[in-house]
Design a protein around this ligand. Structure first.
Ligand SMILES: Nc1nc2c(c(=O)[nH]1)N[C@H]1C(S)=C(S)[C@@H](COP(=O)(O)OP(=O)(O)OC[C@H]3O[C@@H](n4cnc5c(N)ncnc54)[C@H](O)[C@@H]3O)O[C@H]1N2
Ligand code: MOO
Length: 400
């Protein structure tokens, strides 16, 4: 099977992806979710003309004479309006957010008044008509479209939705990603490994990348290289997940069973093996509605493929924008000419006055997590790129 070029991988993986259906969640749980449909205001805010300041509701014309006392006939507080009406020469004590009493056209701020005993004030400065009043609907009116579908529910959006009287919101369901690690050699962190065993590490990084893209992760732990066991876990995962991610067992070894078990379970294979390093044995297919992404077991391949393919797939299903942070950089060390596989080379970046500089790690074995954890970018080497010298311009993809 010919190796699929990376740009075709994106097309095959993402070309037909639509948002998952909506679900209603209480406002308190809607933080950082994606609104599924446009949100209408269920009420007008403020619902009445309200005071913007603490002071006195008055008729502006009554404040022009600094020697003319105004009689205080009551109080309007937030939540407790004054029921009467202001006539000439009268004022109502008013507090921020309180309804403006009938007859008043202005709020005279407290600082511009002098109190004369309990029942009167003097305006020390004439009030400007209409000042310090927030008119009904200043913020929004019932029926207004406040937020569009696809909006990330951040602080402003959540408080706005609450103010518009929505106790719950329709959000795009989070893509559920089932992660299944395979391999007889794997034991979980904290175990006492046997002499031929290693610690299963890939799930944790893959889960982190999936969650950052908006997924709910279901970790199915480690499954041994046994057809029946893999089939049983897959059968459970396909009921629960939108994407099954398998780790390892994707290559051509005698114990690489994942693809054949998945096919026996009914997976329609879309592609297997891509023109990329690391990540060549990447596999993609479908089990009914569930997408299956088979990641190569080498830890760096698992994680680089997750950055490149799992993250945008999760984001698109979940209605979140996704883009790679690709930048130009100056190479600080030479690189060999490339073969047919697009190469993603772990590197560190450094800001220089003219342009960013990228320094590749000397060793690029795809088992080496230590270099991946230290790398902040991947130098992208297109297929058949000629040898590059220090000082040459390259493209890098930031990974942190
Ligand atoms: N003859 C060939 N051999 C290999 C090829 C090939 O094209 N022809 N491809 C190589 C490449 S590239 C990769 S990548 C690996 C991927 O193979 P698998 O997906 O089958 O992975 P495994 O053989 O199961 O494991 C590879 C390696 O990674 C370790 N591993 C696996 N899972 C985990 C995990 N969850 N956490 C940590 N480490 C894990 C495993 O122990 C192996 O060391 O195949 C090459 N071979
Ligand atoms: O994908 Mo493999 O990681 O090139 O080693």
């Amino acid at each position: 099977m010919a190796l699929l070029p990376v740009r075709d991988v994106f097309e095959r993986l993402l070309g037909d992806v639509e948002n998952l259906p909506a679900e209603d969640v209480p406002l308190v749980d809607a933080d950082n979710r994606v609104l599924a449909t446009a949100l209408e205001a269920r009420r007008t805010q403020p619902p009445f003309d309200a005071s913007a300041m603490d002071g006195y509701a008055v008729r502006a014309e009554d404040t022009s004479d600094a020697n003319n006392p105004l009689e205080i006939i009551g109080e309007s507080a937030a939540g407790h309006r004054f029921g009467g009406r202001i006539e000439a020469g009268q004022a109502v004590r008013i507090l921020t957010g309180a309804p403006i009493p009938d007859g008043a056209d202005t709020v005279l701020i407290q600082e511009n008044t002098r109190r004369l005993g309990d029942r009167h004030i003097l305006a020390t400065e004439p009030a400007v008509r209409g000042r310090n009043i927030r008119h009904a609907g200043l913020d929004f009116a019932e029926g207004d479209i406040l937020l569009l579908g696809g909006r990330l529910l951040d602080a402003g959006a959540l408080s706005l939705a609450a103010a518009a009287n929505h106790p719950s919101l329709p959000v795009i369901r989070k893509p559920r990603v089932a992660i299944i690690a395979t391999g007889d050699e794997l034991v979980l962190p904290g175990s006492v490994p046997g002499p031929d065993q290693i610690i299963a590490s890939n799930s944790y990084g893959v889960a982190a990348i999936a969650r950052a893209a908006g997924a709910a992760v279901l970790d199915f732990g480690v499954v041994y290289d046994d057809r029946a066991k893999i089939a049983a876990v897959v059968a459970e995962a396909r009921q629960k997940a939108d994407i099954i991610v398998t780790l390892g067992g994707a290559s051509v070894g005698d114990h690489d069973l994942v693809r054949s078990v998945l096919e026996a379970e009914g997976m329609r294979l879309d592609f297997w093996k891509i023109a990329m390093r690391p990540g060549k044995p990447l596999m993609f297919g479908r089990l009914d509605q569930t997408r299956v992404l088979g990641l190569p077991g080498n830890p760096v391949a698992s994680l680089v493929c997750s950055h490149l393919f799992l993250a945008p797939l999760v984001a698109k299903l979940g209605g979140r924008p996704h883009s790679f942070d690709i930048r130009n950089a100056t190479l600080t060390a030479p690189l060999r000419e490339n073969d047919q596989r697009q190469d993603y080379i772990r590197a560190t970046s450094e800001q220089r006055p003219d342009r960013m500089a990228a320094t590749p790690f000397v060793l690029q074995d795809s088992s080496m997590l230590n270099t991946l954890a230290r790398a902040d970018c991947l130098i992208i080497r297109p297929p058949f790129a000629p040898a590059a010298e220090a000082g040459d311009l390259v493209q890098v993809m930031m990974i942190r």
